[in-house]
Design a protein around this ligand. Structure first.
Ligand code: MG
Ligand code: MG
Length: 253
């Protein structure tokens, strides 16, 4: 069942979202060659806890860290460790959640480490654009398929592929709620959108094949062809006045 949120609940979700977004901004400042993914995770955890919130992912289904940090051909759910060191030319995906006063925020970004390839820059930008194409369709009376179709169209028109095995989701008291938010679909089809819905819209975009697989650690998801993947996610609340992107702290990012 879809849990619609009232304006007081959305206001609390804006606080959870702001903390989530600020944690990501702090992590971005620390991204450079030589930094371990564990260091980034610690920065994120410390900031979230300093705000009086809890990292949503820590312990979720047994996940052992506060952020999912995935590099290059890793799509999502990478586990931060002291052995994983960022290298010039890498693209690093950081996915963060914060739980505050009973509500979650969920947001992800893809960050270049130093100088990266033209293809990587294009992938990062197209993935970001596809998110905003999706948000543009997040209107009262539209359908879920309008969002997915807009995302898929942007991605495929640029020669990339949309990951279909993993999708966005409703969010609120629970990190993952109904409804499903696929990054693909048919315009005019699917769940009708209404005020009070809060959705984590999160395109995962691959340079090559859309096929992915889970590694032996039971978490990390990689592209089948080991080509690059990018991720961009925000928590978005639909109100009668329009969409509030709760986790978008830096409007240009
Ligand atoms: Mg996320
Ligand atoms: Mg999510």
């Amino acid at each position: 069942m879809i849990q619609l949120k009232n304006s007081a609940q959305i206001s609390t979700m804006m606080d959870a979202g702001r903390i989530t977004g600020e944690a990501l901004l702090l992590a971005r400042e620390r991204v450079r060659e030589g930094v371990t993914t564990k260091e980034l995770d610690t920065v994120i955890r410390n900031y979230i806890e300093k705000c009086g919130a809890k990292p949503s992912f820590l312990g979720y289904g047994g996940f052992p860290a506060s952020a999912c940090i995935s590099i290059n051909d890793e799509v999502i759910h990478g586990i931060p460790t002291v052995n994983r060191v960022l290298r010039e030319g890498d693209v690093v995906k950081i996915d963060v959640g914060a739980f505050y006063k009973g509500f979650h925020g969920d947001s992800a970004r893809t960050i270049p480490v130093g100088k990266v390839s033209e293809e990587a820059l294009k992938l990062i930008e197209v993935t970001r654009q596809s998110f905003f194409d999706g948000v543009e369709q997040m209107k009262v009376g539209n359908r879920m398929g309008d969002i997915g179709n807009a995302i898929q169209t942007r991605v495929e028109n640029n020669g990339f592929s949309v990951v279909k095995r993993y999708i966005g989701h409703g969010i609120g008291h629970e990190l993952h709620e109904s409804p499903d938010v696929p990054n693909f679909g048919t315009a005019g089809r699917g769940t009708r959108l209404c005020a009070g819905m809060v959705l984590a819209i999160e395109p995962m975009v691959n340079v090559g094949t859309e096929e992915v697989y889970e590694m032996a650690d039971k978490w990390t998801v990689k592209t089948r062809d080991h080509k690059l993947s990018a991720h961009y996610e925000n928590t978005c609340a639909l109100t009668s006045e329009g969409v509030i992107i709760t986790t978008l702290v830096d409007k240009s990012w």
